[in-house]
Design a protein around this ligand. Structure first.
Ligand code: FES
Length: 236
């Protein structure tokens, strides 16, 4: 199966602006687009730059815009794509080179919502137990691989770079809903500002983009409800 990979290229050492370059690539229908990118780099143009690591949809490194949509190159089968496959760097992040973007602004947002378990109570002898029902509440959100497909697809984030964005809000919800966590109030304060959960317009691009099928908007809605309730109670 012959494909044309049309790739948006940008080398900060040579280019004043981004340019397009086409590469013919032969791929079987069950091969992933990442296979084609790796082959192009190995055999056609060693300067082609993109991120990848696990090649199995687990690390989030290979997120990029493919035919207009943020997705993982390692999870996209050649057979599901038309002959012309257009690759661009993830939208809304500064481009470093070719398909590699600066993820620092993304990880800063994640860090800002306390993405860790807070619990100062004395440690039990074995572990902090959870019932299956309690576990059920976080099963969806713990699948996040921080690929940024959701945040880069969010029109609110495109227009407001201070907005925490879907991924950071899902991370906050993941701990707010965790029965073992005691940092909920502080975390709700962090997501309740003008650039927090209330900024979400429920556009659902994030849900469509998520390669892990996380119901992102539902998690943001939970945060909206909880921050609103907390506001009405006077943030006690
Ligand atoms: S390379 Fe790890 S998710 Fe694609």
């Amino acid at each position: 199966m012959d494909k044309i990979f049309r790739i948006k290229r940008f080398d900060p050492e040579k280019d004043n602006a981004a340019r397009w370059e086409d590469f013919p690539v032969e791929l079987g229908p069950h091969e992933r687009l990442l296979d084609g990118l790796v082959r192009t780099k190995e055999f056609t143009d060693g300067s082609l730059t993109f991120r990848r690591s696990c090649a199995h949809g687990m690390c989030g490194s290979c997120a990029m815009k493919i035919n207009g949509r943020s997705r993982l190159a390692c999870q996209t089968l050649a057979g599901d794509m038309p002959e012309l496959v257009v690759f661009e760097p993830l939208p809304a992040f500064p481009v470093i080179k070719d398909l590699v973007v600066d993820m620092e602004p993304f990880f800063e947002k994640i860090k800002s919502v306390m993405p860790y378990l807070v619990n100062d109570e004395p440690l039990p002898s074995r572990e902090r137990p959870q019932s299956p029902e309690e576990m059920e509440k976080i099963l969806d959100s713990i699948r996040c691989i921080l690929c940024a497909c959701c945040t880069s697809s969010c029109p609110v984030y495109w227009g407001d770079k201070q907005y925490l964005g879907p991924a950071a809000l899902v991370k906050a919800a993941r701990f707010v809903l965790d029965s073992r966590d005691r940092g909920g109030k502080a975390r709700l304060d962090l997501v309740s500002g003008a650039h927090g959960a209330a900024r979400c317009h429920s556009i659902y691009n994030c849900v469509e983009a998520c390669p892990r099928d996380i119901d992102v908007t539902r998690h943001i809605a939970i945060l909206k409800r909880q921050t609103l309730k907390r506001g009405l109670r006077g943030a006690r």
